[in-house]
Design a protein around this ligand. Structure first.
Ligand SMILES: [Zn+2]
Length: 223
């Protein structure tokens, strides 16, 4: 907490002047083009990883980067917080991209695999049920990359499953079908600090380097 408080002082005294104009512009509205869904893990820092700035990303974070799926009527079967973020991002902000980004060494994935949680973590246990489909897929179909540790194998499949959960929301499905929304599955390897993107053609996560970035940019929905 000491670091957090001193960080505010540092921002106030040193960094705030650089951002003053940007924050003034953003004070009354925002128009990010991407909803970024990732884990609450402190080691995942979207703004640093993607060199993004205030106003660039609408972010939804939770334990395990999970998206409870929707019923046929588009109502979340779990907590409505995630569904609310999706609705706000699409209906109010009109984002053209949703990125689900998982990561290596995810505590949530380890807990799902081990079927083991801290004592009295009954809310967490219920929440992590939204990753059960990923665990089932790992068991039935195996890993995308067998060289990874089992919890990382699960983490990669979990990103794909949560992206499918997104598609259970009619507003997501309709916009994807109309070419107005693009979904991406990313995975952050903490040790190497590389970010990977899932490529359907090769059924694998590939590192986002300059060459791959050019290909990704060519596929983007343009405003
Ligand atoms: Zn995590």
């Amino acid at each position: 907490m000491r670091k957090l408080i001193m960080g505010i002082v540092d921002f106030h005294e040193r960094l705030r002047p650089q951002y003053a104009e940007r924050f003034r512009e953003l004070a009354l509205s925002q128009s990010p083009d991407t909803l970024f869904i990732t884990c609450s893990d402190s080691r995942v820092v979207p703004n640093l990883m993607a060199s993004s700035h205030p106003g660039d990303l609408f972010t939804m974070r939770n334990v395990g980067n999970l998206v409870p799926p929707a019923t046929g009527e588009g109502i979340s079967i779990g907590d409505v917080s995630e569904a609310s973020a999706i609705e706000y991002a699409l209906l109010a902000l009109n984002v053209e991209n949703i990125v689900v980004c998982g990561h290596s060494e995810c505590g949530a994935m380890k807990a799902v695999l081990a079927h083991k949680l801290p004592l009295n973590a009954s809310n967490l246990g219920k929440w992590l049920e939204h990753a059960n489909a990923a665990a089932f897929r790992l068991e039935q179909e195996g890993a995308l990359d067998a060289s990874l540790e089992p919890h990382d194998q699960l983490s990669q499949l979990n990103v794909l499953v949560q992206t499918e959960h997104l598609m259970s929301y009619p507003i997501v499905r309709d916009r994807v079908a109309a070419g107005k929304l693009h979904l991406s599955a990313w995975w952050f390897d903490i040790a190497s600090s590389d970010i990977y993107v899932y490529e359907r053609e090769s059924r694998s996560f590939q590192v986002i380097d300059r060459e791959r970035a050019d290909r990704l940019l060519a596929r983007l929905v343009t405003r």
